[in-house]
Design a protein around this ligand. Structure first.
Ligand code: ADP
Ligand code: MG
Length: 323
């Protein structure tokens, strides 16, 4: 199968919202009047971002999911994406499920594949997504990292640390019952981008970021951009690891998974205290659970406290002890 047959068979569909899709030198997109384009790229490299044994359908899902997660963090509505693919060979047994997993998630979010590039090489998947964010009275409604204010509540969506739990099982560092592993593995291989929540938080959240490298790391970007600090309730945070893992780990391990797990693709965001009802409504409207884990403070840095507000040992701050 040649390059153009491959593109035609697995990556070409009739454009829906795009003015022009796959097949010409450029795709053409027409963002709605009164919107800005939100654009983000993410690359997935074999060995670094995924294991060579991963199900190609799951990989197709994840490659787009991590990009949609960036749109979610900005409060953008998905519009379209491009796919740049390096493949060692045109293996239909790989391409068919990969394109199926990819396009199923694309359809679920109304995000069309409008173009890309295909070349021979070590397996590498690079997606660029385009989304729309309204501009109201001359002001972009995009959620940024820079708007957190002292006194704001800090929230996180869904659960944290599950993907890391699965990774540690894959690495042979942990062992858990089969059913627990299956759930954690699904969270690792087929994350759910919080697209509806991101859009629901427009005009409510003061700052947002998606959690790809671990909560503390990504929240750190918000703190830096907003020039603030945070106090986090570790009892609440440790409770964010999926329910199926209940009772299998020490509180310390659960906290490490939650705060520094990585690959979560949840949203962490801030909102004023007087917006608690609005946050709850956004959560309900988007069918996405959120948990309040702390509060923004003027003093830079991260302060971990337990339920009784007692500072938690600073040794937690490094979060390397997974073995
Ligand atoms: P060019 O050489 O002009 O960049 P190509 O020959 O590489 O174009 O690609 C032909 C068409 O197929 C273009 O419209 C391009 O966007 C599209 N395309 C190439 N690879 C992919 C892919 N993996 N997924 C979707 N569209 C693709
Ligand atoms: Mg090309």
């Amino acid at each position: 199968m040649g390059e153009f047959d491959l593109i035609a068979r697995y990556f070409t569909r009739k454009p829906a919202r795009a003015a022009l899709g796959v097949g010409d030198d450029c795709a053409l997109l027409q963002p709605r009047p009164g919107t800005q384009l939100a654009i983000s790229s993410d690359m997935l490299v074999e060995g670094r971002h995924f294991l060579s044994t991963v199900n190609p359908a799951h990989l197709g899902h994840k490659a787009l999911a991590v990009n949609l997660s960036d749109l979610a963090a900005c409060g953008a509505e998905p519009l379209a994406f491009t796919l740049a693919l390096a493949l060692p060979h045109a293996d239909e047994a790989w391409l068919a499920p990969f394109s199926r997993g990819l396009l199923a998630l694309a359809d679920a979010h109304g995000c069309e594949l409008v173009g890309g590039d295909t070349t021979r090489g070590p397996l590498n998947i690079c997606i660029t997504v385009f989304g729309e964010v309204p501009v109201v009275a001359g002001r972009s409604q995009a959620l940024l990292r820079s708007g957190a204010q002292p006194g704001d509540d800090v929230y996180v969506s869904g659960t944290l640390g599950d993907a890391r739990l699965a990774l540690e099982v894959f690495r042979g560092h942990l062992s858990v019952p089969e059913a627990t592993f299956a759930t954690a593995r699904e969270r690792m291989e087929q994350p759910t981008p919080r697209v509806a929540l991101g859009q629901a938080l427009r005009g409510i959240a003061t700052a947002a970021v998606d959690v790809s490298d671990g909560l503390l790391g990504d929240l750190g970007h918000v703190l830096k951009a907003s020039r603030v600090g945070v106090r986090i309730d570790t009892t609440v945070a440790a409770g964010l690891v999926m329910a199926q893992a209940e009772g299998m780990f020490t509180a310390q391990q659960r906290l490490a998974f939650a705060l520094a797990g990585g690959d979560d693709y949840e949203l962490v965001f801030t909102a004023p205290r007087n917006a608690r009802d609005a946050v709850a409504a956004a959560s309900a409207r988007s069918l996405t659970p959120v948990t309040r884990i702390g509060v923004i403070e003027a003093e830079p840095g991260v302060r971990l406290v337990d339920a009784a507000a007692t500072p938690v040992d600073a040794a937690f701050a490094s979060f390397d002890h997974f073995a």
